[in-house]
Structure formats: structure tokens, C-alpha cells
Design a protein around this ligand. Structure first.
Ligand code: AHR
Length: 642
């Protein structure tokens, strides 16, 4: 119903504010402050099958047979002509220290299947790069590789390796689909005959990737991200940085190089990461989005609450961090810069911000102050230009770093819509000291019910994985608060970014997908409305005290475009009189983006665009004009000063 209001043709805006419910006064004569040029960014980590089974385009699950120590999970036999099992005596190498032993007992062929990440994505007229490492007891062959339906009857794409030798070698082939329909009711099938034993490792099938990069990223998901125009990417976590134990922290150097050199590691969200998406891939991903990296450095604290105290014991980990920075931005004649160059990227990546640890307020021993200081001193000594982010924000005032002055504080807010409305209503960031550290809201998201938090088990069973309009309203309200204070809130990122709808550990998440489809939640669209309509100047804007609306106004000083963002959490329409003080003339037409829906409306894999913004032109704009803000809506009005 509400949406229909905005599907109709262009309308004239009201000129006077006489019949308005509230007034928005904007000082367009003079900017209040400069906004941060990198305010809108992304946060990412391995959670909800976000890389493996998500953005990382590999389609074979458990490709290196390391996901389970006992059995080759996600692999099965389609007949009884052979047996499979893990073999630690015949590994590919010491990093991929196990292989699959496939013993074909019969002269008849046998078929081995991989279920993929809930199916192998099949798209029409698509070329897939397939490869595997193998050796045989003698010479074996041919081996057929095919993407088939779940019953193993229909073949979508196939290729054949004529023979397998007796030493480990890599075999590569191209599989190509014809004019088929998109489907994930599929599996990967390897078929071999003869009475032979074949050992397999690193079985891989990649569809076309973003920018056609080998070992690259899923195109549809990248498109959704690029459309947000993110200015930075915070990685690799989150909890993923810290790991459950010291051993399971993100060891960036073990994620580099050829895939055969990457052992993979357990991720704290209950599954194993193959590390095909490693440090270098994160950096290329950042570059491909036109963003800059904000790198989380492991700082001596693990999720099991163990920590390395400041002092000589911590030096090793400080050195790990310095080496990581060198990999990212060191010269090509440095040890790690040379490795980056050898990986195909001689130019340093544009690093300006590093974060020391993640959510170190959980370390109630109080060791963070000393650990931060040790990292800070070493980083500043070698890279004085880098800004060091403390992972403790003002809410956890007890654990704030005191012995040094962090350049930036990272604050995390997973709040209900009502709580965000309350925070914004009190002008949460307005009172922050402008001479204090920059604020990075490195993780935030609205959920629907303050009694069910994202990490609760109930959260996953009570609500869908991606948030609906009610949460998007909370997100948008909080974004108005962050944006109008973006002189001090220099960066912010919604979290988590992705969710594989088949299995996940946390909700709400911004973008949902299965093997072949993806969509943005209403929160995604709210974020996009904000991040793509953002000026370099913040204008002072005030609503009547009793207005239900929330607002933020910025201006692009070069184009003279004023972005007026309004959020209406109430279900009834509110007509607002907008007064652009200090302007004599504005263009008579304005562009408006409106996302309006019932609070319980949402997007889903089957209805990916139920709630999306609608763009339209409105006419009759003057320095004072009125606009009816629909109930439960997010609105951006773009007015051009003349
Ligand atoms: O975003 C999910 C988790 O929330 C992150 O891993 C962690 O930093 C936070 O507690």
C-alpha cells in the first residue's frame, strides 16, 4: 500500500510549510563541518560461510579433505564399485597433509561426488575452470569430471583427463555449460574406471570471477558490494582475527602463496577455513572495490580468554604485525614487500589505518593497555604515518587505553531499532569531544527485538537471516546520527556483511545468498541510499522537538547538491516543511529516493526486491518546500543549489 504511493508519477512538492506536521531547518549558508571522506565502508570476516561457501568463488566443498579428521565429509560414492577414505600416508605435501584414497575395485567405472556448498552453481553458457591434484598406483585414466544433477543422471558440463600418472601432478580442464537454466540442484562428479587406486587433493571448480581473477570472487556478490561504493574494507575480523586459541588466530603468512602452500585453519564460527581467501586476496578485493584496507592486527588475545602479556613474550606477535604491514605496504626490496611483488603486486597497497586487536574489552585481565602500547610504539616507530585504532571504545570506559593516545577508537553497536532510536534521539555522538580520537564504528547493525540479541540461538530461529524493514529503520536512524557527526565518526561499517542462507551462526546480515542467487536486505538498500548520496560538508539541520523524524543533511560542495536524509519510524505519514536557510534559489526539480514498506516486510531469496527504494523526480522546489514523508520510510531528497 505504502509503496504504491511512490510508484505514481512525479508530483509537485508543497511550497509553503503551512500545513506541515513538522519543520526541518537547514543552515545552507555555511557548512557546520567537513564530513569524513571515508565514512562509509565494509567490515568482513569468515562467519555464516561468508568466504568459503560465499564470496570466494570456489564451488567444491572440502576440496583438500581437511574439513574433518576422520572422514571425507561432503564427498560420497554414487555406486559400490569403489571405496574412499582419508590417507595421511600419501599427502600432497606437508601443508595439505592428507589426501583422498579412492580405490576402484571393479573393472566397471565408479563415481565420486562432491555436494558443493549446497549445490554446485550452474549458469547457462558458462566456462568453469576445474583442476585437481592426483596420483595413481601406476597409470590410471581416463577421469571424467562433470557437473551433474543430484541424481547423477543429467550432465550440465563435463571434461576428461586422459590419464593420471604415478606422481602427484596438477590436472586442469575447462567445463562449459550450454543453454541450461540456473540451478543448484547439482553435484560435482569424478568418474574413473579400471582396477586402480587414485589419490586426490585440492579438487577445485571455479566459475567466472570478478575481474576474471584466478582464485577470485563471486561476481554477483561483488556487484552488490561495489554498488555500495565502500571507501574501506576492515578485515580479517572480528573474532576471525583472534581465533578461539592462540594457534587458531589468523596467521596471515599461512594464507599466502600457491593454494598448495595454505594449510587452512579452524574458524571460530564452527567450521574450517581453507584460506583460499588469504591476505593477498583481501587486498585485491579491496582494490577491486576502489576501497582502502583497514587491517586488524592480531594483538595477543584469543576468544578462549587466553592472552600474551605485554613484555618480551609479546614481541614475537608485534613482529608478526610489522611483517604483515610490510607485506601490505613495504618496498619491493623488503623481505615481505618482495613476496607481495612476487604475488603480482609490486605497488604497495594504500594502508593508512591498522587496528590493534578486536573487542579487547573482553580481556578483563586489563592487559590490553600494555599490549596496545607495545604494538603502538613499534608501529609508530617504523610507520609514523599509520593511524592506530584501539579496539576498545567509549562504552567500555573501564578498559579504554590510557597509557597512549589511540588515533581512533573502534566502537561496536548491535542494538534493537528502539535502542538506536533512543540513542539518536539523545544526540549520541553530538557530545563527543572533537579534539579526541576519531571514532570508527567498526561493527553495527539493528535487530528487531532487544530481548533477542544476534548471538542468541533464538535469534536464528525467530527471525529470517536477513533483516526486514523494521531493522532497516533502526539502521537508517543510526546512520543519520553517525553521518551528521561524520567529522568525528570518520568510519563506519555494518556487520556481518554476508549470510549463506543454508546455514549460519549470526543474524541479521546485510546480504543473503545461496549457490546461485543473492539479494540485498532492506538494510542493504538503506545503507546504499546513505553511502551513495553523501557530500563532503555537514550542514546544521534541526527538526522540531516533537517531530518523529530523524535527519541528516550533507552537501557536495563541488556539485552544489544537498542530500537531505529523512527517516520516519512511525507508521503514519509526516509532512515536513523543509527550510533551506541561506539559499536564494534552488533548482525547481529534485530527485528523491524513497524506501517505504510495512515494518514486517522484507526481502528474501524468492522475493529479492520486495522492499527496494524507488527513485522519482519532484517539481516545485523552493528554498522552503514541504514533503510528505511516508510512514516507515527512508527518504533521500537531492536539492541542487543555484
Ligand atoms: O560480527 C560478529 C561478531 O561480533 C564479530 O566477530 C565480533 O567482533 C563481534 O562480537
Amino acid at each position: 500500500m505504502k509503496k504504491a504511493l511512490f510508484m505514481a508519477g512525479a508530483v509537485a512538492a508543497g511550497i509553503s510549510g503551512a500545513s506541515a506536521d513538522s519543520t526541518l531547518k537547514i543552515n545552507a549558508g555555511e557548512a557546520k563541518a567537513k564530513s569524513s571522506p571515508i565514512h562509509y565502508g565494509l567490515m568482513t570476516e569468515e562467519i555464516n560461510y561468508c568466504y568459503d561457501g560465499g564470496l570466494y568463488a570456489e564451488t567444491v566443498r572440502n576440496r583438500a579433505f581437511k574439513d574433518d579428521a576422520e572422514t571425507p565429509v561432503h564427498w560420497s560414492l554414487l555406486d559400490e564399485n569403489s571405496t574412499i577414505g582419508l590417507d595421511r600416508e600419501t599427502p600432497l605435501n606437508d601443508k595439505i597433509d592428507v589426501s583422498l584414497k579412492w580405490e576402484i575395485r571393479s573393472k566397471r567405472s565408479s563415481r565420486l561426488a562432491n555436494e558443493g556448498w549446497w549445490g554446485i552453481p550452474v549458469h547457462p553458457n558458462t566456462r568453469y575452470r576445474a583442476s585437481f591434484y592426483a596420483k595413481a598406483d601406476g597409470t590410471a585414466g581416463p577421469v571424467r569430471v562433470a557437473i551433474m544433477d543430484k541424481e547423477g543422471r543429467k550432465t550440465y558440463a563435463e571434461g576428461t583427463v586422459e590419464s593420471i600418472g604415478s606422481e602427484w601432478a596438477k590436472y586442469e580442464l575447462v567445463l562449459e555449460t550450454g543453454n541450461v537454466k540456473d540451478t543448484d540442484e547439482t553435484q560435482l562428479v569424478l568418474e574413473a574406471g579400471e582396477k586402480r587406486t587414485i589419490w586426490l587433493s585440492l579438487v577445485s571448480v571455479f566459475p567466472p570471477t570478478w575481474n576474471d581473477r584466478p582464485n577470485g570472487l563471486r561476481k554477483d556478490l561483488m556487484q552488490l558490494l561495489v554498488d555500495l561504493k565502500p571507501k574501506f574494507l576492515r578485515f580479517p575480523g572480528g573474532n576471525y582475527l583472534e581465533g578461539n586459541t592462540l594457534e587458531e588466530r589468523f596467521k596471515w603468512w599461512e594464507t599466502l602463496g600457491d593454494l598448495t602452500e595454505r594449510p587452512g585453519h579452524p574458524c571460530p564460527w564452527g567450521y574450517r577455513s581453507c584460506d583460499g581467501m588469504g591476505l593477498h586476496e583481501f587486498l585485491l578485493w579491496t582494490e577491486d572495490m576502489g576501497a582502502e584496507p583497514v587491517v586488524g592486527l592480531y594483538a595477543g588475545y584469543n576468544l578462549n580468554k587466553s592472552y600474551i602479556p605485554a613484555g618480551p613474550e609479546l614481541d614475537k606477535y608485534v613482529q608478526e604485525a610489522l611483517d604483515e604491514i610490510e607485506y601490505i605496504m613495504g618496498p619491493v626490496d623488503s623481505k615481505w614487500g618482495a613476496k607481495r611483488a612476487a604475488a603480482g603486486h609490486p605497488e604497495p597497497f594504500p594502508l593508512r589505518y591498522v587496528e590493534i586487536g578486536n573487542e579487547d574489552w573482553f580481556d578483563v585481565s586489563g592487559s590490553y593497555d600494555g599490549r596496545f602500547a607495545q604494538f603502538y610504539d613499534a608501529i609508530k616507530a617504523k610507520y609514523p604515518q599509520l593511524k592506530c585504532i584501539s579496539s576498545v571504545g567509549n562504552e567500555q570506559s573501564k578498559w579504554l587505553v590510557k597509557s597512549r593516545n589511540p588515533d581512533v577508537l573502534d566502537e561496536h553497536y548491535y542494538r534493537s531499532t528502539d535502542e538506536f532510536i533512543e540513542m539518536a534521539g539523545k544526540g549520541y555522538y553530538g557530545s563527543y569531544d572533537r579534539n579526541g580520537p576519531e571514532i570508527f564504528v567498526g561493527e553495527w547493525a539493528a535487530h528487531e527485538d532487544k530481548n533477542i540479541r544476534p548471538w542468541d540461538k533464538d535469534s536464528m530461529t525467530t527471525f529470517p537471516a536477513t533483516p526486514g524493514m523494521l531493522a532497516a529503520i533502526g539502521d537508517a536512524v543510526f546512520m543519520t546520527e553517525m553521518e551528521k557527526n561524520s567529522d568525528i565518526v570518520t568510519m563506519q561499517a555494518y556487520a556481518p556483511l554476508f549470510v549463506n542462507l543454508n546455514e549460519y551462526q549470526w543474524r541479521p546480515d546485510l546480504i543473503g545468498y545461496d549457490a546461485i542467487r543473492s539479494y540485498g536486505s532492506p538494510s542493504y538498500h538503506a545503507l546504499k541510499m546513505f553511502s551513495t548520496n553523501y557530500g563532503d560538508e555537514i550542514l546544521e539541520a534541526s527538526l522540531d522537538a516533537d517531530s518523529a523524524l530523524h535527519c541528516s543533511v550533507t552537501r557536495d560542495s563541488e556539485k552544489g547538491v544537498i542530500y537531505i536524509k529523512l527517516v520516519n519510524p512511525e507508521e503514519r505519514q509526516e509532512k515536513v516543511s523543509i527550510q533551506l536557510d541561506g539559499l536564494e534559489k534552488v533548482a525547481s526539480n529534485a530527485l528523491v529516493e524513497v524506501m517505504s514498506a510495512d515494518p514486517e516486510d522484507t526481502n528474501s531469496i524468492d522475493k529479492p526486491e520486495k522492499v527496494v527504494p524507488v527513485s522519482r523526480k519532484i517539481s516545485g522546489i523552493h528554498p522552503t518546500f514541504s514533503y510528505p514523508v511516508p510512514g516507515t520510510s527512508v527518504v533521500v531528497i537531492k536539492v541542487k543549489a543555484m
